[in-house]
Design a protein around this ligand. Structure first.
Ligand code: SF4
Length: 209
């Protein structure tokens, strides 16, 4: 990566981290995927129960594999035969892994969801939430963050899951009410009342969508 891009991302990450801290959340900067993995594993003690939403970024830094192979209780919803029981156990997990569809320069996170399992667990339930967020998700403000979520993340996710939504066909949001819409719930995480619950690892890389 170009040295000027690295410098810019470091400076921008410090601004985001300050914003997160002003909102009672913790932020960290990782200069690459390996550092991000190391930081995440420092935050999660062995023996913890862990669940996750559809966090591509956690896969991309190798965190999911490390947790499955390590001394942790990983709640694997995809492998579970009783999906509902696995989903409900998420709310009692020690740690929940997520990414963000977008994060503002002053530390507000935007996430949209169809089934709402991800946004509901971010909002309440798991004792800790760890976000893995590539610097490609940083947006200047809430308006641009929502636009990113609807016009970048949602169309790609709709295509990924083979959904029949207008954005899957056009590549941008048409504000649909399609039965397949993944924009049922919008969560704006702007403050945490619970000290030490939310941790955000900003990664100097393009992660997720
Ligand atoms: S509202 Fe519909 S068209 Fe817009 S991003 Fe969501 S699913 Fe796609």
């Amino acid at each position: 990566m170009d040295a000027n891009i690295i410098k810019r991302n470091e400076l921008l990450a410090q601004k985001v981290i300050k914003g997160l801290e002003s909102r009672n959340m913790s932020g960290y900067y990782a200069s690459n995927k390996e550092e991000a993995l190391k930081k995440a594993l420092e935050l999660i003690p062995e023996g913890s129960s862990i669940s996750m939403g559809g966090a591509m970024s956690a896969h991309e830094i190798g965190l999911v594999e490390a947790l499955k192979e390590g001394e942790y209780h990983f709640i694997d919803r995809d492998a579970a035969t009783d999906k509902r029981a696995a989903m409900l156990s998420t709310y009692d997990a020690d740690y929940f892994l997520s990414s963000a569809n977008a994060i503002t320069e002053d530390g507000v996170m935007i996430n949209i969801d169809g089934n709402a399992n991800r946004v509901s667990a971010i909002a309440q339930g798991p004792k800790h939430v760890i976000f893995i967020v590539g610097m490609n998700k940083v947006c200047p403000d809430v308006d641009s963050a929502i636009k990113r979520a609807r016009n970048v993340a949602a169309p790609i996710n709709a295509q990924r899951f083979g959904l029949s939504t207008p954005c899957a066909k056009t590549g941008s949001c048409m504000d649909c009410k399609s039965p397949d819409t993944i924009c049922c719930q919008f969560l704006m995480t702007r403050y945490s009342r619970h000290e030490g619950r939310i941790h955000v690892i900003l990664v100097n890389d393009n992660l997720g969508f």
